[in-house]
Design a protein around this ligand. Structure first.
Ligand SMILES: [Fe+2]
Length: 237
């Protein structure tokens, strides 16, 4: 057990919608630099699908096990996955990710996802970024006006909870702190030379959603699509 990354500071499991929960965790990026990092849990027939897995402390993990049986762990972003091995090896989850999700090469995925993949959540749709230089996707849950779950692509920053003082300053300086923002360094790395991710975001904007939560930032409870439209216009001009 010792070689799994330890649980990092996080909040409680909080209800987002019926059978949908989230946890605001964090990750230490460097000395004095801690930013928030979120996980979403979806329960169906007593089984839990974990989106953007974040390891929990022992007491909160016991709460998670009371909610249901962890069955599937879905990696939505190329750069995330540090806790996936823990969920697979210790909690028995099957790992779902896209082909080429090699930033965290372990564990070996059980299911390789593409745009046609039926997720283990009956009403969910998988959205795949087609233009990005590395795998990235998002999940749409068509409930309560639509909930979009992203990883690094879209991050709703209207504050900086769970962030260290240095991180708060750095996130502001880097232009992160905006509603339904497109992650600045993510966009830079994911944009192919001479290309643009705009067509992907235009497709994303064709989905029906009013709420959103990414792997960083906080939950956007309403107006998520309009706010993303504003970000797309600002970022891609
Ligand atoms: Fe991230």
């Amino acid at each position: 057990m010792a070689d799994y990354p330890a649980a990092q500071p996080h909040g409680p499991i909080e209800k987002l919608l019926d059978d949908v929960y989230w946890v605001q965790g964090s990750i230490r990026m460097g000395p004095g630099m801690r930013i928030n990092r979120n996980m979403v849990l979806v329960r169906q027939d007593g089984e839990i699908t974990v989106l953007n897995p974040v390891r929990l402390d022992e007491a909160t993990e016991a709460e998670l096990e009371k909610l249901g049986t962890v069955k599937d762990a879905v990696r939505l972003g190329y750069f995330h996955g540090m806790d996936d091995r823990y969920y697979v090896e210790q909690l028995g989850a099957k790992l779902w990710c896209q082909d080429g999700s090699s930033h965290h090469p372990e564990p070996i995925p059980d299911v390789i996802m593409d745009g046609a993949t039926q997720l283990p959540i009956a009403d969910a749709t998988l959205f795949v970024f087609r233009k990005a230089t590395h795998p990235e996707c998002a999940v749409l849950l068509p409930r309560d006006g639509g909930l979009l779950v992203t990883c690094d692509s879209v991050q709703h920053h209207v504050g900086t909870p769970m962030c260290s003082i240095i991180a708060k300053l750095v996130l502001r300086a880097m232009g992160f702190v905006k509603p339904m923002n497109i992650g600045p360094p993510w966009r830079k790395i994911m944009t192919p030379e001479g290309g643009s991710l705009r067509p992907d975001f235009e497709r994303l904007l064709e989905l029906d959603f009013d709420q959103a939560v990414g792997a960083h930032g906080t939950v956007c409870r309403t107006g998520a699509k309009a706010a993303l439209r504003t970000s797309v216009e600002r970022v891609f001009g």
